[in-house]
Design a protein around this ligand. Structure first.
Ligand code: PEP
Length: 260
């Protein structure tokens, strides 16, 4: 099945509102509209409203980097997925930095995925093992547990639109991405888990991304891996030239698939 490619820029806790607007402006000048690639910007919460007005919607969509699962109430400091429903198409959920620094549990991730779906926001669910878990040969078990808990409140129809991002924790913020063999094995396993839970049709329509030290020179190799539909990009998305090179490389990968 042909799935539209997806490239997500995770700007993390970088960029003021003004800087985010400048970067969006620069990206707008260099990035072309590609019908086979969806480009998603994930700035901090403060930028979502202004960027939702500024972006060219033929080129860009917005994602939240997180979001609280209760729709409204006395939760000082929180921003709910429900409050962002008119601003974003996507929400990154369960990023390893949230799990690590904010002690986000499996149950919270599950509730955030369900809240996103309830509010018509597509979750980009991050999955991945730590260095220690890999060394202990626990990668498969970790991915299995992350998938089964996070999706436990979803129907197969909900799950079809979901995006899963394989982000081995040890490759995020590192000097190079995981090797193609490592990515291929994890993506195969992730797709197998989804087939086991929801069947072939859901798995075939679900997009799976890779994230972790994606720089332009690695993109064609990663996109050639069976079952990989795009990238979740951290640092390289803060530079408009690198990010444009990544989007272009993903577009070329989509084109070569069409010509196969
Ligand atoms: C990320 O944090 O999602 C990520 C992929 O970061 P980086 O590209 O900087 O490794």
């Amino acid at each position: 099945m042909k799935r539209v490619k997806l490239v997500v820029a995770n700007w993390k806790m970088y960029l003021s509102v003004h800087e985010a607007s400048l970067l969006t402006n620069r990206l707008d000048k260099v990035i072309k509209v590609h019908r086979d690639v969806e480009v998603v910007l994930a700035p901090n919460y403060l930028c979502l409203q202004p960027l939702s007005v500024e972006i060219d919607r033929r080129k860009f969509r917005l994602a939240a980097q997180d979001g609280f699962y209760i729709d409204d109430g006395a939760y000082t400091g929180a921003v709910s997925l429900s409050q962002m429903r008119d601003l974003v198409h996507y929400a990154i959920i369960g990023h390893s930095e949230r799990r690590r620094y904010f002690h986000e549990s499996f149950d919270e991730v599950r509730d955030k995925v369900a809240a996103a779906v309830r509010n018509d926001i597509t979750p980009i669910l991050c999955l991945g093992e730590t260095k220690e878990e890999r060394a202990q040969k626990e990668t498969k078990q970790v991915l299995h547990d992350q998938i089964v808990t996070a999706l436990s409140n979803l129907t197969s129809e909900d799950a079809e639109n979901l995006v899963l991002a394989y982000e081995p924790v040890w490759a995020v913020g590192a000097s190079e991405p995981a090797s193609p063999d490592t990515i291929a094995a994890a993506v195969d396993w992730i797709r197998y888990q989804v087939r086991e839970l929801y069947g072939q049709k859901t798995e075939a329509s679900m997009r799976v991304l890779y994230g972790g030290s994606d720089e332009p020179e690695y993109v064609s190799g990663i996109m050639a891996i069976d079952g990989v539909d795009g990238l979740l990009v951290g640092r390289a998305s803060l530079n408009y030239e690198s990010f444009n090179d990544i989007v272009t490389a993903v577009h070329l990968a989509a084109l070569s698939e069409t010509n196969d």
